[in-house]
Each structure stands twice: as C-alpha cells, then as structure tokens.
Write a protein that binds this ligand. Structure first.
Ligand code: ADP
Ligand code: MG
Length: 302
C-alpha cells in the first residue's frame, strides 16, 4: 500500500503536507496518477492550485519542476537553450590557441556542456526518486502557439534537439497544468487532461485550511476572519480575496494582537485582503460594518 493506491491515501498524503483536499479533488488527483494523465486545474487566483503541485511533489518525494508561464514564453525558453556566451568564449579560446580542428570544435560547442536545460527538458530526464512533478503554472498567460507546442510535448514526452538527438522521458512526468482563467485554454489541450475546477472553499474547509497554515491564530478570531471573507466574496468586487489572502490577513491580525474583528480594525488592514483601490474604497465606511454584522450573525449558534 503506497501513498497513491486509493483516493483516501491520496487525500491523506496531501493532508500530511498541510494541504486540505476535498473528496472530488482527491479523486481527480488519484485518477491522474493512476492513469498517467495530466491534470488541468482551473480556478480564481489564490484558491490553492499551485500549492497542489507542491504538496504532491513533497508527499510523493518527487522533484518539482515548475514552468511559470508568461506572455511571450516560447518553446526555446521552455525546453532548452544553447549557452551562447560560453560558446563564444570557447571559440575565442580555440582561435587564440591557433589551428583548432573545426569539426571537433563544432561537436564540442553543441554538447551537453553548453546546453541549458529549461523545465520541459529537465522533466524528461530520469530521476532516481521516480518521474518528477511538472507544474505548468498559469497557462492562460501564454498564447495559442505555445499551447499548440505544449500539446505536442505532452503527447509524447520527448523533445528533439537537432544537434544532439531526441530525449525521451523514461517515465512520463506527473503533469499539473493550472489556469487562472483570464482566457479560455484551447479544447485540444483540455481534452488531453483530467479537469478540475478549484473553487473557493466553504466555511468549514477554509477554517481547516487556516488551522493548517496558521495554527497560531486563536479559534475565535479564525472563525470571524473566515466568516467575514466568505461574506466578502459574495459582494460585487473587482477581485475577490483568495485563500492566500485569508491566511495573510489572519497573520496580520495576529501580529497586531487583535482578538476580535471590529470595523476599525478591518478598515486599517483591508490591504491584506483587497488589492484594488476601488474594492478598498467600496468597503470603507459603513460597508465593512454591515458585512461584519452579517458575518457575526452567521456565526451565532442556531
Ligand atoms: N486547500 C488548501 N490547503 C492548504 N493551503 C491552501 C489550500 N488552498 C490554498 N492554500 C494556501 O493558499 C496559498 C495560495 O495558494 P496558491 O496555490 O498559490 O493559489 P493559486 O495557485 O490557486 O493562485 C497557498 O500558499 C496555501 O498556503
Ligand atoms: Mg498559482
């Protein structure tokens, strides 16, 4: 019996890394491991998508390789590059020592010594602990040509380097793709993956997460913080607070020795949960008090 033999085992393994994981997510992670299919996780920012890959790598004791996507990311920065400055130095040195054998120099310049491996190539290298976890983070930031390229890389787990030949993963990496859904990712890529929408946690689960990540925060304050954030998410905001903000805010309040939430404290610390001036402005004045009253009312035993 290993950590990935059942849904329960997967849930426990993630739990042991401080990751609070519901049944649905544990199921899709289990299936992804069992079937060797990439897992596509979509959801708002700060709901714990990136963290799943970290917890999985730590829990399985595998290497974590992260490809952070950004606008303009191209295949060469994702797979490999030649170390051009070092190649130049080698050429100069060969020239200076005179009469270098051109053929030998050519072979030497395009050998492993001058190869800079980027995440996708790194993920195809064998590892003594087993296939690594490859995190392709925030795929929605790249463009469609890169997606098409990735689709190919994910289908055969091999890359061809013209000067060196083809590198094929001995065992496919465990692939986690995330998207904050700032745009739709193409169907073709989604179809290759198992899909899970990572939602904001409900009250009980968010309490559990806060207990796992900030155990030093007292229970009464945790409950108020989570109730407030949960109510805040139902407001019409430009950017709703994620779980990361809940944790940050609780830690800020702890640092300020706050025992109970009040409209004043909330007003002074809004920057920990809301990151847009329009949202902050909307909460100033009587709004914070109204939401706090609602939150506190929801906490009272029925
Ligand atoms: N289910 C969870 N269990 C434990 N911690 C969580 C969970 N969800 C979110 N977090 C916390 O929230 C933080 C932000 O999560 P992250 O994975 O960076 O969000 P995303 O990638 O979805 O934007 C993490 O550092 C982690 O501490
Ligand atoms: Mg992330």
């Amino acid at each position: 019996m290993t950590q990935q033999d059942s849904i329960d085992a997967v849930q426990q393994m993630l739990g042991s890394q401080g990751y609070v994981c519901g049944r649905a997510l544990a199921t899709v992670v289990f299936l992804s491991l069992k079937l060797g299919r990439p897992l596509f996780l979509e959801g708002e920012a700060g709901v714990g998508k990136t963290e799943i890959a970290k917890a999985l790598a730590a829990g399985l004791n595998r290497r974590l390789i992260r490809l952070q996507c950004y606008e303009g990311l191209d295949a060469s920065s994702a797979v490999y590059e030649w170390n051009f400055p070092a190649q130049m130095v080698a050429i100069r040195t060969a020239e200076a020592s005179g009469g270098a054998d051109r053929g030998a120099l050519q072979t030497e310049l395009f050998s492993d010594d001058y190869l800079i491996e980027r995440p996708l190539l790194q993920a195809m290298r064998p590892d003594e602990n087993g296939a690594p976890v490859l995190l392709i983070d925030e795929l929605d930031r790249t463009d469609e040509p890169f997606e098409a390229f990735l689709l190919e890389a994910l289908s055969d787990f091999q890359v061809t380097i013209p000067e060196l030949g083809t590198v094929k993963a001995p065992e496919p990496p465990i692939v986690i793709v995330t998207s904050n859904r700032t745009r739709e990712v193409h169907d073709a890529l989604k179809r290759r993956c198992l899909y899970h929408w990572v939602d904001y946690p409900d009250f009980d689960r968010e309490i559990e997460i806060l207990n796992a990540r900030a155990p030093e925060v007292a229970e009464a304050l945790s409950r108020e913080v989570v109730a407030f954030v949960q109510h805040l998410r139902t407001e019409d905001l430009f950017k709703k607070p994620g779980v990361a903000e809940t944790i940050d805010w609780a830690k800020c309040l702890l640092a300020l020795d706050v025992i109970n939430l009040s409209p004043e404290v909330i007003g002074d610390t809004l920057g920990a949960i809301l990151k847009y001036q329009d949202d902050i402005q909307q909460l100033q004045g009587s709004e914070a008090k109204r939401i706090l009253d609602e939150a506190k009312a929801s906490l009272e035993p029925a």
